[in-house]
Design a protein around this ligand. Structure first.
Ligand SMILES: [Zn+2]
Length: 186
């Protein structure tokens, strides 16, 4: 196993095809390097270039990363991307997992898991981050009040807006606005 292969396996970051499979001696399972399951100890991993070779040696394809299903991985990455695009385009709507999963014709749990695996955060987290980004732009450039911005971006109340905004920006919307005004004036 090369250092690069080990890195790909340990970080589970590869979304596309890494061009190899990793089997675990102790579990008897063969995975894609990007498998979200716990990474086996390095000394227990055997690298295979072809899945069929691993299967011939008695390894079973993993049920989580489905190395035996060539379409699965691409579909997951594509689904996550579609969810992201949708949320980017609708960042001022109130977030609803049910609504999003119905729009994309998928099971909500599957969508949530797939998204988290691709982008490392939950759908709601992503949505909140993108609408706080939009809020920050409003706060700096437009002359509308906190309550109006909160309403525009689908927060349930100004205090909800403040709470969520503080989580991503570390300050309240009004403190953020005075910061912008100062930097414009200065
Ligand atoms: Zn796996």
């Amino acid at each position: 196993m090369t250092e690069e292969q080990w890195k790909t396996i340990a970080e589970s970051t590869d979304i596309g095809e890494a061009g190899f499979f990793c089997a675990c001696r102790t579990t008897g399972i063969v995975c894609r390097p990007s498998c979200p399951s716990k990474t086996p100890r390095r000394e227990n991993i055997i690298i295979f270039e072809k899945l069929s070779d691993a299967v011939a040696e008695g390894f079973r394809p993993c049920m989580r990363c489905r190395p035996d299903d060539p379409d699965w991985h691409g579909a997951a990455a594509e689904l996550a991307e579609r969810a992201k695009d949708y949320m980017d385009a609708h960042c001022s709507d109130k977030f609803s997992l049910r609504c999003l999963s119905e729009t994309l014709f998928v099971d909500p749990d599957h969508l949530e898991r797939t998204f988290k695996r691709a982008y490392g955060c939950t759908l709601l987290d992503y949505h909140n981050r993108s609408r706080c980004g939009a809020a920050a732009r409003y706060l700096c450039s437009e002359n509308c009040g906190i309550a109006e911005i909160s309403w525009k971006l689908g927060f349930s109340s100004p205090s909800h807006f403040t709470r969520v905004f503080r989580k991503y920006y570390g300050c309240t919307p009004s403190a953020y606005r005075s910061g912008c005004e100062k930097s414009i004036a200065g």
